[in-house]
Design a protein around this ligand. Structure first.
Ligand SMILES: Cc1ncc(COP(=O)(O)O)c(C=O)c1O
Length: 402
């Protein structure tokens, strides 16, 4: 850690220990936490141990079922607490996209309903809305938010775009491109006041594990996320928090045995709670891995302490980049979380990312809007940001000089 850091010694030691437990950070400078978080070795061991234990107990035998059930309950409680909802409102999924998409297919659409999707949404959700529109005779409209500066402007755009037949608004909590925070509670309030009370789908891919979620989850009908980005868990396990009204009205389209209530009187009855959206056999060791990743992050601090660290890291990088001639940051103010997006005059985002990759720095590029994205987590250290700033400075801002 850089000298002069004002991080308390105990926290600094916890960050060093976490970094040392992440093999992904040993041989490169990693700025792509928003793509996938590095997995702590402790989580890898927890998964291996879980697999071993399941084999020892079963695998398909009552003692293994109890063991599996305990892991499922523990993780459901932990993630529900993170979202500020009771466990009954949380369904496990495989990733962010399935958390967004599976409940959407089960909502009661009427021909002519309008789906309002922000221009900062991930292609999987956008493609699903278009296919749903094709099948159900809905119409899709785009809500432009990527060029907005601040909550007020987002709300103005929303007011302009809402129509009497709007039935869904899809908006990420933090835009994966620019890193801007969307005013989800205020959006939820607007939708409540709308005569049609449109559903609010929130993609939490870039916010979960970084910012407090309670208010945004309370405003959303579906708040979907994954364990494999900012929570630094294994890939293949996510969850979605569902609103009470969605649970009352929604009818799952993909149904499997895991969604059944196991009622001897009515064997095909679905669970009354969010578990009705779970389908069939899952991978319990992933749950042990994600639980361990949650513990590993907590060792650095609680969510608010970690957000302060993340913002200190992203703010330092944002300020450093802004001092460079020819570099434009996408946000006019220090980032609300860990994403720092920018442009380098004279170079396409792809050129910048490729040139950095050759020098051992991992970032990603976007085409719309065209920018480079660097992600700072609690494990980002000032020397890494300094190195990135120095590399960008060395490019020069004339075309082709990277
Ligand atoms: C905002 C956003 N939504 C969805 C996804 C897709 O995630 P998954 O593969 O977990 O569905 C990503 C991945 O980067 C993302 O950033």
């Amino acid at each position: 850690m850089a000298s002069g850091s004002d991080v308390p010694l105990q926290q600094e030691q916890a960050i060093i220990a976490l970094r040392q437990d992440m093999p992904a950070l040993a041989n490169k400078i990693y700025f792509n936490y928003g793509g996938q978080g590095p997995l702590p070795t402790a989580s890898l061991h927890a998964m291996a141990e879980s697999w071993r234990r399941i084999q020892e107990l079963g695998p398909f035998a009552p003692p293994a079922f109890s063991y599996v059930g305990e892991r499922i309950t523990a993780l459901r409680q932990a993630l529900a607490a993170l979202c500020g909802v009771p466990p009954q409102r949380l369904a496990f999924t495989e990733n962010v996209t399935s958390g967004c998409v599976l409940p959407l297919w089960g909502l009661p659409w009427r021909a002519g309903d309008q789906l309002l999707i922000s221009d900062g949404e991930h292609p999987g959700v956008v493609a699903t809305c278009h296919e749903m529109a094709r099948r159900e005779q809905l119409c899709v409209k785009t809500l432009p938010v990527q060029d907005c500066w601040g909550a007020e402007q987002v709300l103005e755009r929303l007011d302009e775009a809402l129509q009497p037949r709007t039935r869904l608004v899809a908006l990420s909590h933090l835009l994966w491109t620019t890193g801007a925070a969307m005013p989800i509670p205020a959006v939820g309030q607007r939708l409540e006041e709308h005569a049609n009370h449109p559903w609010l789908l929130v993609d939490g891919a870039q916010s979960v594990g970084v910012v407090p979620l309670e208010d945004a989850v309370a405003a959303a009908d579906l708040y979907a996320f994954t364990g494999h980005k900012w929570l630094c868990g294994p890939e293949g396990l996510g969850a979605v928090a569902l609103s009470r009204r969605l649970l009352e009205v929604g009818a799952p389209t993909m149904i499997g045995w895991r969604g059944l209530a196991k009622d001897p009187e009515r064997p095909l009855r679905l669970h009354g709670d969010a578990r009705r959206y779970e389908i069939a056999t899952g991978c319990t060791p992933l749950m042990a891995g994600l639980l361990q990743s949650l513990h590993s992050l907590t060792a650095v601090g609680d969510l608010r302490q970690r957000l302060a660290l993340i913002r200190s890291n992203s703010g330092g990088l944002w300020r450093g980049l802004r001092q460079l001639e020819g570099v434009e940051t996408m946000l006019p103010e220090a980032p609300p979380a860990g994403l720092v997006s920018f442009r380098v005059r004279g170079h396409t985002p792809r050129q910048v990312v490729d040139a950095l990759a050759e020098r051992g720095l991992v970032l990603r590029s976007f085409e719309a809007p065209d920018c480079v994205r660097a992600c700072c987590h609690v494990t980002t250290v000032p020397t890494e940001s300094e190195r990135l700033i120095a590399e960008i400075a060395s490019f020069g801002t004339n075309p082709g000089s990277a």
